[in-house]
Design a protein around this ligand. Sequence first.
Ligand code: A3P
Length: 331
Amino acid sequence: NSHMKASDSELDDNEITSSPQREKWCGHQFLFKFQGFWFTKTYLETTKRVVETLKPLTGDVILASFPKTGTTWLKAILHSILHPSPQHQNHPLALNHPQELVPSLETNLYVDKGTELDGGYKNPEFLAVKDPQEARILATHIPYQILGDILNSSDCKVVYVTRNPKDTLVSLWHFLQKSSDVEKDPWEVGAAVDQFCRGVVPFGPYYDHVLAYRQESLNRPEKVYFLTYEDLKEKSKNHVRKLGEFLGCPFDQSEKGEEKIDEIVKMCSFETLSSVEVNKSEETSSVFPLPYSSFFRKGEIGDYKNYLEEKMIARIDSVTEEKFHGCGFMY
Ligand code: A3P
């Protein structure tokens, strides 16, 4: 019996550090594994809440992405396409953070903050449809493997953006440097690379996340529009035009239509958005624990070269090759 007890407690100790269901992450936090993906405690709860209650409507647009791949940029673009607004100082994007125009399901809308319904959109009211003609745009980082059945339960459209894995990781690493948790418990770049490669980052594995949405976009291109951050940079106008068609509100094939596309590209560019007052603010919004400004850092391709050592690059590249190249998806 005493022997049994000893080994039980060994097991307990062991479980704390190496249980396959949870793993220590930065800021004294744990990540928890659920249906093959990793979540912080809060996002696991909100993800389950989304899966239990979300009922997308025909006409809804769901912006799906892995964190740090261009979500904020797409929020701005989708909002501009679906809610056209003349270019002036009262433009919605000149006054509001894209996060406020397009909230995220599991990080804003389904976070239970008790009675503190600040700003209105944590309020389930936001999810109520006032005008059935008006599309709701809702963002999410929940993987297709978990959200797919719900997305397929209605004729909503899905836009998925992704980004090359090294820039995604470096962007994530920078983002977390802004968190007070990391001040207490640093997340070294080396540890970040290791956890990213093993998939142990919020909403990871990144590779499984990307591949499932990509596969769905190949199966049903009318339902899922898949694009990359890099391609959006290179062919902004092209994507804005195609997104208009995809969302059922094509631009005029006239000079006027071209002008509108140009305006959207300019309004949503990193240069314009990162100079908007609210987007520069060091204040923290009521719905997210990091400052508004943390969603706009550098907005470049290839910044990973300034932060990752050769060995780290080689390790990520070999995982990328294994996961992506076999499926014909290159990075
Ligand atoms: P960097 O950290 O590499 O600068 P997300 O919105 O998914 O959280 O992604 C954030 C990344 O997108 C950050 O990348 C951020 O600077 C960049 N970004 C934000 N707005 C952008 C825009 N309008 N154009 C290009 N990149 C943008």
